[in-house]
Design a protein around this ligand. Structure first.
Ligand code: PLP
Length: 361
C-alpha cells in the first residue's frame, strides 16, 4: 500500500523509517522473543529505552544538566493544567493568547485558581497574528510567562522567543522542527502527536530550579514534575510503546543531521506552499496578517469560495494528499507539514495548487 501525503494537524504523519523500526520492535525486541510493549517498565530493556531517549533528547536540544527530560501522560492539555498547579509561586502569571491553544492554556490556569494576566491577545482579529513583543503588557515579577510558540489552528509562530526569566513554551506543533534556545527557556513542553510521536505522550524539558516552587501541600505527587524526574517519569506505568516510538524519532532526527538541518528543510518546504499562495494573483489568500509570522508547520490559506475549497480538498484527496481541510473556526485550507512530511509532499501540493487554480478560475 503506498502511503499518502497526510497533511493532518495531529495525530500526524510519522517518518516511515520510524514506523518500520517501531513495528519490528513491537513484534520482537532485539531477538528476545517478546515485543517492547510486552515487557516491564522496571526491566532492563525498557530502562535502556528511557535512558537512551533522555540522552538523545538532550543532545538534540543541546541542553545539559540544567534541565530534566520528562515523558508524561495526559496530553498537552493536562500538562498546561498541571503547570499552572505547581509553578506560579503564588504570583500573577502572564499568558499570551494568540490562538486557540494559548487561550486554552490561560483558561486552564484560571480553572485551577492561578492569577492570570493576559499580556497580549489577538482574539479580536480571529487570532491571525502575535502583537509585537514591545506591546505586551507584562507583569513585573510575574511567576512565569507562558507562550505557544506555534499556533497550530491558525498557522502563525513566534519566530523569536521573548526574553524572560521564567519562560514557559508550548511547542507542541513545532517541537524539534528547529533548534530551541534552551538557555532562555524554563520549561518547554508539547504533545507528541504533532511532530514527535503518538498522542497521549508529552515531552517536557524543565529547568530544575522550578521545582522549588512546587507547593508542599495540595498537589498530588503524580502531577509533580519533581517527583516524576526523581522517578524517571515512572511513578506509574508510562506509555512504554509511545516512548519507544519517540526514541526512534530522536534517532531519525539525528540521522537527518539534527535540528539546525531540519529547520532548513522545513523552511524550504513551507516556502514552496507559501510561494504558491503569493504567486496566485490573489486566488489563494494567506490567513496570517504578517508574513514574517507565518508558521513553517501549519500552512493556512483560503480559496475564493466554500465550494472551491470543498472541491480542492476532494480533488487533492483523490491524488493522495489528505486531511487538508482547515480548522472549523478558521475555514479554508490547513496543510500541516511537520518534520515527517517529505519535501515531495509539499512540492506535490504546490503543483496541485497551480493546476487547480487554472482549472477553476
Ligand atoms: C494539539 C495541541 C495541544 C493539545 O494537545 P493534547 O495532547 O490534545 O492535549 C496543545 N497545544 C498545542 C500548541 C497543540 O497544537
Amino acid at each position: 500500500m503506498p502511503r499518502v501525503y497526510n497533511f493532518s494537524a495531529g495525530p500526524a504523519m510519522l517518518p516511515t523509517e520510524v514506523l518500520e523500526a517501531s513495528a519490528k520492535a513491537l513484534l520482537d525486541y532485539q531477538g528476545k522473543g517478546f515485543g517492547i510493549a510486552e515487557c516491564s517498565h522496571r526491566g532492563k530493556e525498557f530502562d535502556g529505552v528511557v535512558d537512551e531517549a533522555i540522552a538523545r533528547c538532550k543532545t538534540l536540544l543541546g541542553v545539559g544538566d540544567s534541565h530534566d527530560v520528562l515523558f508524561l501522560q495526559g496530553g498537552a492539555t493536562q500538562l498546561f493544567t498541571t503547570i499552572a498547579m505547581q509553578f506560579t509561586a503564588g504570583k500573577t502569571v502572564d499568558y499570551v493568547t494568540t490562538g486557540e491553544w494559548g487561550k486554552k492554556a490561560a483558561g486552564a490556569a484560571k480553572e485551577v485558581g492561578a492569577k492570570v494576566n493576559i499580556a497580549a491577545t489577538s482574539e479580536t482579529t480571529n487570532f491571525d497574528r502575535t502583537p509585537a513583543v514591545a506591546d505586551w503588557k507584562l507583569t513585573p515579577d510575574a511567576g512565569y510567562l507562558h507562550v505557544c510558540s506555534n499556533e497550530t489552528v491558525h498557522g502563525h509562530r513566534l519566530a523569536d522567543l521573548p526574553t524572560h526569566d521564567n519562560l514557559i513554551v508550548d511547542a507542541s506543533s513545532e517541537f524539534m522542527s528547529r533548534p530551541h534556545p534552551m538557555e532562555r527557556i524554563a520549561l518547554l513542553y508539547g504533545g507528541a502527536q504533532k511532530n514527535l510521536g503518538p498522542s497521549g505522550l508529552v515531552l517536557a524539558v524543565v529547568r530544575k530550579d522550578l521545582y522549588a516552587r512546587i507547593p508542599e501541600k495540595g498537589l498530588p505527587k503524580l502531577f509533580s514534575f519533581k517527583a516524576q524526574a526523581e522517578n524517571k517519569s515512572m511513578i506509574n506505568t508510562p506509555p512504554t510503546f509511545s516512548i519507544y516510538i519517540l526514541l526512534e524519532v530522536f534517532r531519525w532526527l539525528e540521522r537527518q543531521g539534527g535540528l539546525a538541518k531540519v529547520e532548513q528543510v522545513n523552511a524550504a518546504k513551507a516556502k514552496m506552499i507559501y510561494d504558491a499562495v503569493d504567486n496566485s494573483g490573489g486566488y489563494y489568500v494567506g490567513t496570517i496578517f504578517d508574513k514574517a509570522q507565518r508558521s513553517h508547520m501549519n500552512v493556512t490559506f483560503k480559496l475564493p469560495s466554500e465550494e472551491k475549497t470543498d472541491l480542492f480538498v476532494k480533488e487533492a484527496a483523490k491524488l493522495g494528499m489528505v486531511a487538508l481541510k482547515g480548522y472549523r473556526t478558521v475555514g479554508g485550507i490547513r496543510a500541516s507539514i511537520y518534520n515527517a512530511m517529505p519535501t515531495e509532499g509539499c512540492a506535490a501540493l504546490a503543483k496541485f495548487m497551480g493546476e487547480f487554480k487554472a482549472r477553476n478560475p
